[in-house]
Design a protein around this ligand. Structure first.
Ligand SMILES: Nc1ncnc2c1ncn2[C@@H]1O[C@H](COP(=O)(O)OP(=O)(O)O)[C@@H](O)[C@H]1O
Ligand SMILES: [Mg+2]
Length: 392
């Protein structure tokens, strides 16, 4: 690595570390007066009651979690229940040394359970005005995630609901979140094949949610973003954070919500305008993550001028312009790891995912198929280049 490049990486790492520690998040609910940084607002009871898609949330909100009979049938994991004392023991009393990151609803700590298992513990920290929101998110997450089982979704090991305290216990993902890797917090650069692998893994996770195979009806994640894509030691991508997930009412293509929830920068414009939530809203967010993988930029970068802050608006018009596209490629990606053909194919797919009209976006199953082709084209192209090189 050249001196200038390693210096730039170091600087990026420093900035990213600062940001990750105090990230908070820029989640937004349209019920608040404006998008808020650091202090997201969320509706207490954000959606039309009685919708089929809310069945789970309503069941959950009816009674304190301790009093409920769990809907037994599909629960495979996520069922371990912990006490506050166990959570404290696991995290060394929530010491700063164990802090992995901060989100909109609290902090995530690395912990070791009595069994010796290493886990990630999300401590939900809520000021009283956000208590109901947080409670809802906690319950939806426990209920939905404990019924899901897929290699590209993070596993929920259990939870703690002790008095007012709420904790979620997840499998520990050694390499943290994707955004930190793209923003230079990690030591290792992500080359193109690795980025394609991550995109493919995340696409598989979303496609599983969107299929009915998970809980019998499709699930919309609604908060898909690069900090919610976690990586294990093998860089397998797993999707996390299901607190905003919504079950799609059976036989419907969309559901109307009275409040727009999600994260600034990943919002499907159609959902923002109409409140109409579709599976394609996740596809839009997936397109934004693809653009982050391609450019190494953040979905929203508040350090830039007002016209350049939003990644989609900034790059959308050049995604199918091969010449201009070259300049957008993340300089951290080593040139020997990609072919321009695969970059062009990837950019073209991303451009379709972020189309304003949701009906023009591909499905997640289409995305998987195309990403497999892109991966193949890249591998084949690179091996041909190597072959030609050897012949000279
Ligand atoms: N299971 C996990 N394993 C390892 N790190 C995690 C895990 N879950 C969350 N984290 C880290 O904690 C950070 C904060 O998570 P979260 O509260 O979900 O907020 P956000 O998704 O907005 O970053 C994540 O960005 C990630 O770096
Ligand atoms: Mg998260």
């Amino acid at each position: 690595m050249s001196h200038r490049k390693s210096h730039r990486r170091r600087r990026k790492r420093e900035e990213a570390r600062k940001r990750a520690r105090g990230r908070g998040c820029c989640r937004w609910s349209s019920g608040g007066s404006s998008p808020e940084m650091e202090a997201p607002t969320r509706a207490e009871n954000d959606e039309g009651e009685g919708e089929r898609g809310d069945v789970v949330a309503i069941w959950l909100l009816d009674a304190p979690i301790e009093d409920q009979n769990p809907p037994a049938p599909k629960r495979r994991h996520g069922s371990s229940v912990y006490t506050l004392k166990e959570m404290e023991e696991a995290t060394n009393s929530f010491s700063d040394d164990n802090l992995l990151g901060k989100g909109g609803f609290g902090q995530v700590y690395k912990g070791t359970l009595r069994s010796g298992e290493i886990v990630a513990i999300k401590k939900m920290d809520l000021p009283s005005f956000k208590e109901a929101e947080g409670e809802r998110e906690f319950r939806v997450e426990v209920d939905i995630l404990s019924r899901l089982d897929h290699p590209n979704l993070v596993s929920l090991i259990g939870y703690c609901a002790d008095g007012k305290h709420r904790f979620l216990v997840y499998e520990y993902m050694h390499k943290g979140n994707l955004q930190d890797h793209l923003n230079g917090i990690a030591e290792v650069k992500m080359d193109w094949p690795l980025r394609l692998k991550v995109a493919l893994g995340a696409a598989r996770g979303l496609a599983y949610l969107h299929s009915s195979s998970a809980v019998g009806i499709p699930i919309i994640h609604r908060d898909f973003k690069s900090t919610n894509i976690l990586l294990n030691t093998n860089y397998d991508a797993k999707i996390s954070d299901f607190g905003l997930a919504k079950l799609m009412p059976e036989g419907q293509q969309s559901c109307v919500t009275s409040r727009v929830l999600g994260t600034f920068g990943y919002f499907d414009p159609e959902y923002t305008l109409t409140g109409k939530l579709t599976l394609q809203s996740d596809v839009y967010a997936f397109g934004v993550v693809m653009l982050e993988l391609l450019t190494g930029r953040r979905a929203v970068d508040l350090t830039l001028g007002p016209n350049d802050q939003n990644l989609v608006l900034q790059v959308r018009h050049i995604l199918n312009d091969k010449k201009k596209l070259r300049k957008m490629i993340d300089p951290e990606i080593s040139r020997s790891s990609y072919t321009m053909e695969s970059i062009n194919m990837f950019a073209n797919l991303a451009s379709r995912c972020v189309r304003a009209d949701s009906s023009e976006r591909p499905s997640m199953v289409d995305c998987i198929k195309e990403l497999q082709l892109i991966l193949h084209a890249n591998t084949k192209g690179l091996s041909m280049t190597m072959h030609t090189f050897r012949m000279i």
